[in-house]
Design a protein around this ligand. Structure first.
Ligand code: BGP
Length: 473
């Protein structure tokens, strides 16, 4: 690895900070999400309902514990940390003209503290935590006005932290919006009655063309917002490097039948290349038109949009990697859970307790595919194993399964670097235990550091090093 390779970990505000209504913070979309489980989908409530448990409200209270937590990260040798700014701390409703000073101060102190410890901040601008007010009153990202609100927020933080932050990521896993799963968390589009977190309303019922158009219009607005954010970041400080962020997974044909191969290719196009191409190459790919036409998708595009996309290409591409999946054209083959996308079980691979396929070699494959297509630096900004950890009687946590998972992935990442892939860094997900995004659980843990808290919100919040802590160091 290069000498300046970024080794660290990754967090997101709504999953770790807590303090959901302190110091002027507004509600974010995650603040109205209840906890679910592997078998029970998370639900949204209309505002905060008394007596309900909302995991983001306290999370692991990183807002107050960050100084101690950073010491742990330093001890592990981190030279970078991926965090996100909660947009609703800076603009509580999203549409104000002036930022919330206390919100700005918090991140000022956080970044300052990181730099004191030689930990480079890698900052996501929007990680599933858009101001809820924008969802309720503007329709989230379906509304073109949201672009201007987002850019005001971006400009504010680019200026405020211009001497502290140089690595920025625009939208976390923006490609979740190419499927129904991204409707609420990524698109800020409120589901109609009875829908769950992923926008699955009448289970088994197909999404209408109007709903798809709504989703892809929201994505189009994010493309425009992201491109303009790149431009503004460069104008404010030419040293700024801005990346897009995808939830990336290799898609393998389930069999070598040409039908399955074509299906796998089509899924790769839709789930990885569509967003990647717009952000990196500055234009929709050639296959988008047919895909939109055949699905009845109509995007509300305006004159000048193509120009905006062309002028806002990202400097690097970052992605989360948890699993690969198989694709088949055969409707009879069963579907299983993947990282927010559906896939077919791979007979050669095992799955995590939450059904996510474990595929370290798939990381090497994907790094090569991404680099081969885009030829720009890459960063792995999430990777890890969500597992139940048990504290032994003497207070130890022996998470050898996590060490095995990460070692294998790092080995394959190393192979990819030897293949010639330009890789900027690696930040495994949830380096300290935090709230799961998909289920809202606490027991789905990823960390090197254990946090004493359970799924009902009980616990001392005490931090403990797991075996993986010393290994990662
Ligand atoms: C990604 C998200 C993260 C994170 C991670 C693990 O999709 O960007 O926010 O949570 O996946 O997923 P989960 O928390 O659902 O286990």
């Amino acid at each position: 690895m290069k000498e300046n390779f970024l080794w660290g970990g990754a967090l997101a505000a709504s999953q770790c900070e807590g303090a959901y209504n302190l110091d002027g913070k507004g509600l974010s979309v995650s603040d109205v999400m209840l906890a679910g489980s592997k078998t029970k989908k998370r639900k949204r409530t209309d505002g905060i309902v008394a007596g309900e448990y909302y995991p983001s409200h306290e999370a692991i209270n990183f807002y107050h514990y960050y100084k101690d937590d950073l010491q742990y990260f330093k001890e592990m040798g981190f030279n970078c940390l991926r965090v996100s700014i909660a947009w609703s701390r800076i603009y509580p409703n999203g549409d104000e003209l002036e930022p919330n000073e206390k919100g700005l101060q918090f991140y000022d102190q956080l970044f300052d503290e990181m730099l004191k410890l030689d930990i480079e901040p890698v900052v996501t601008l929007s990680h599933y935590e858009m101001p809820y007010y924008l969802c309720e009153h503007y329709g989230g990202w379906t509304n073109r006005q949201t672009i201007a609100f987002f850019l005001r927020y971006c400009e504010t933080v680019f200026r405020e932290y211009q001497d502290l932050v140089h690595y920025w990521l625009t939208f976390n896993e923006m490609n979740t919006l190419v499927s129904r799963f991204g409707t609420l968390l990524a698109g800020g589009i409120l589901p109609e009655d009875g829908e769950d977190l992923f926008g699955r309303k009448r289970l088994g019922s197909p999404e209408t063309a109007a709903e798809k158009s709504r989703r892809f219009t929201a994505l189009h607005h994010q493309f425009l917002a992201g491109a303009q954010a790149v431009k503004i970041a460069h104008e404010i400080n030419p040293e700024n490097k801005v990346g897009c962020m995808l939830s990336a997974a290799g898609v393998y044909p389930y069999t070598c039948s040409p039908e399955d191969v074509l299906e796998a290719q089509a899924q790769m196009e839709r789930s990885n290349w569509l967003c990647g191409d717009v952000c990196v190459r500055g234009a929709y790919p050639y296959f988008a038109e047919r895909f939109f036409r055949e699905n009845g998708v109509q995007i509300r595009k305006e004159t000048g949009d193509d120009e905006i996309l062309k002028n806002g290409k990202v400097d690097f591409l970052s992605f989360s990697y948890y699993s690969s999946r198989c694709a088949t054209a055969d409707p009879k083959v069963i579907q299983t859970a993947g990282n927010m996308m559906l896939g077919v079980p791979n007979p050669y691979l095992e799955a995590s307790e939450w059904g996510w396929i474990i595929d370290p070699k798939g990381l090497r494959y994907l790094l090569n595919e991404l680099y081969g297509r885009y030829q720009i630096p890459l960063m792995v900004v999430e990777n890890g194993l969500g597992a139940v950890d048990r504290v032994t009687e003497d207070g130890q946590i022996h998470d050898d399964y996590r060490i095995a998972y990460l070692s294998e992935h790092i080995r394959q990442m190393w192979e990819a670097v030897n293949d010639g892939v330009e890789l900027l860094g690696y930040t495994p997900w949830g380096c300290i235990d935090l709230i799961s995004a998909s289920t809202g659980e606490m027991k789905k843990r990823y960390g090197f550091i254990y946090v004493d808290k359970d799924d009902k919100g009980k616990g001392t919040l005490e931090r403990k090093k797991k075996d993986s802590f010393a290994w990662y160091r």
